[in-house]
Write a protein that binds this ligand. Structure first.
Ligand SMILES: [Ca+2]
Ligand SMILES: [Ca+2]
Length: 287
């Protein structure tokens, strides 16, 4: 049977080729939001020189890493995250800001450089968030700063998933977060017009799906990021074995290195005063 050659021609024309993006990463900081910029070329990781590096190049880096609010992107002086020990792979990298890959930006030939590792550039991609007006430093109204102005986040469909992401961004365990709504005196125009739908695993709120918020001026998003903790099986409400809530279950705390300092923190979290401890049984004293 004859096969019409045009079929092959059409299939050939439709064939797509995957264009692979340049591999990049941020290294040398204790958070995943920032660090020394490293790039992979010919199978090896190396750094990027600070010559000609602007905020527009930082925006492209953050976009490549999945941060969508690139307005908050900034570059960080080389001294902050320290020098890398690999080769300097890019010099005079200079992006317009709208590129989707740094390889598309202007730069010297790969590996051609007159820089030293003391010029290795860093980038910070984090969205700026804070919690305000709470009853403790661990809870309060959620505020986001993308445009240079702090704006309360709308409580529109604000759930545990979004609270998890926000608590993690603030340096808390995501397991401790729960949702509250706060009554706010903020007027509607001061509230962020963006609402977020997160899965809960994102490292930054800008990685969540965004939509236009439907907002009431009196209700804004709020979180409590305190780690859930309790003491059980003691002789009173003020003593017992320490348990923390993690991954939807209560569990215990090992006594290794556990001393008065840890007990003091736990009693304070439970609203009690000073403490005593013996093994991992904590006894809190009333004020
Ligand atoms: Ca330089
Ligand atoms: Ca140079």
């Amino acid at each position: 049977m004859l096969v019409k050659p045009t079929v092959f021609t059409v299939l050939g024309l439709l064939q797509c080729y995957a264009v692979s993006a340049t591999d990049i990463r941020l290294v040398g900081d204790k958070t995943p939001y920032s660090g020394r910029l490293e790039v992979k070329y010919n199978g090896k990781w190396g750094t990027v020189c600070d010559d000609d590096f602007t905020v527009n190049s930082a925006k492209v880096v953050c976009r490549m890493l999945g941060f969508t609010d690139t307005e908050t992107a900034k570059y960080i002086q080389p001294s902050v995250y320290g020098p890398g020990n690999g080769n300097i792979l890019l010099d005079s990298l200079n992006c317009l800001g709208n590129e989707t890959d740094i390889a598309d930006c202007s730069h010297q030939a790969w590996e051609a450089t007159d820089c030293s590792n003391s010029e290795d550039i860093g980038v910070d991609c984090r969205t700026h968030m804070r919690i305000e007006q709470g009853s403790t430093p661990h809870d309060g109204q959620v505020e986001v700063n993308i445009t240079g102005i702090w704006q309360p986040l709308c409580a529109d469909n604000f759930t545990q998933s979004e609270a998890n992401v926000i608590c993690r961004m603030l340096g808390y365990s995501a397991n401790g977060s729960y949702v509250m709504s706060a009554r706010s005196t903020a007027d509607l125009s001061s509230i962020s017009s963006t609402a977020y739908n997160c899965t809960g695993n994102e490292i930054d709120i800008s990685m969540c799906r965004k939509r236009l918020a439907t907002c009431s001026a009196s209700t804004v998003a709020a979180v409590n990021c305190t780690t859930p903790i309790r003491i059980v099986n003691g002789t009173s409400q003020q003593s017992g074995r320490v348990e923390v809530f993690h991954n939807d279950a209560w569990g215990t705390v090992c006594d290794d290195n556990f001393d008065d300092m840890e007990a003091k923190v736990i009693c304070r979290m439970l609203g009690f005063g000073t403490r005593l401890e013996e093994w991992n049984i904590v006894i809190c004293l009333s004020h």
